[in-house]
Design a binder for this molecule. Structure first.
Ligand code: PRP
Ligand code: URA
Length: 209
């Protein structure tokens, strides 16, 4: 089974409180989502391979470590996943970004695909799928299915808030995928919204509704 990491860092908990708060407006919401994504990125990239290069300090030559050639791809699930891209790109400026457009049909709750543009070499990249909300898991499972059909071999999923149902759906369908969440919430409501959650992530990021 894939590993599920629930963050317990005080900075992440603090910022997530204000992300959840319904009185937080879109500007601050976007800034906080960027900051939390960057903080999560610190842990998500922990296993990136290193190699030694030789450099010269002002005093002497030395061997020192840099991230080795492993290429990373960030895959936001549109729309709300876009909110997590900048924070991750701050840490991984050379990462390529692929977009998968999915929306959840409000009647069937099934994900509907409407857009896809991926880096050509996804099979060589370590892919990090970004979506703030993991509710039923339908969207994340569909996005990961989609990436694997196109040859992806290494995938992580990073979400701000997950429901237990979503974590189960992803680990059942994709046991090889590690999941990173800032918080694991209690449950889904009758409309498959995460409770307590943060409401509709896309609407809060982009001021729609
Ligand atoms: C939200 C969210 C996820 C999905 C989660 O997107 O960003 O993609 O719902 O729900 P699930 O786990 O039950 O599939 P939404 O469909 O609202 O689209 P949007 O980002 O365009 O608003
Ligand atoms: N999508 C959201 O934006 N929020 C939820 O709580 C569930 C799905």
């Amino acid at each position: 089974m894939g590993n599920v990491v629930v963050f317990d860092h005080p900075l992440i908990k603090h910022k997530l409180t204000f992300i959840r708060d319904k009185n937080t407006g879109s500007k601050e919401f976007r800034e906080l989502v960027t900051e939390v994504s960057m903080l999560m990125g610190y842990e998500v990239t922990r296993d990136l391979p290193l190699e030694e290069i030789e450099i010269e300090t002002p005093l002497t030559k030395m061997k020192s470590q840099v991230i080795s050639g492993k290429k990373v791809g960030l895959i936001p699930i549109l729309r709300a996943g876009l909110g997590m891209v900048d924070g991750m790109l701050n840490l991984l400026p050379a990462a390529r970004v692929g977009h998968i457009g999915l929306y959840r049909d409000p009647e069937t709750l099934k994900p509907v695909e409407y857009y896809c543009k991926l880096p050509q070499d996804i099979e060589e990249r370590e892919l990090i799928v970004l979506d703030p909300m993991l509710a039923t898991g339908g969207s994340a499972v569909a996005a990961i299915d989609f990436l694997k059909k196109r040859g992806a071999t290494s995938i992580k999923l990073v979400c701000l808030i997950a429901a237990p149902e979503g974590v189960k759906a992803v680990t059942d369908s994709h046991p090889d995928v590690d999941i990173y969440v800032a918080a694991l919430d209690e449950k889904l409501n009758d409309h498959a919204y995460i409770v307590p959650g943060l409401g509709d992530a896309g609407d809060r990021l982009f001021g729609t509704k």
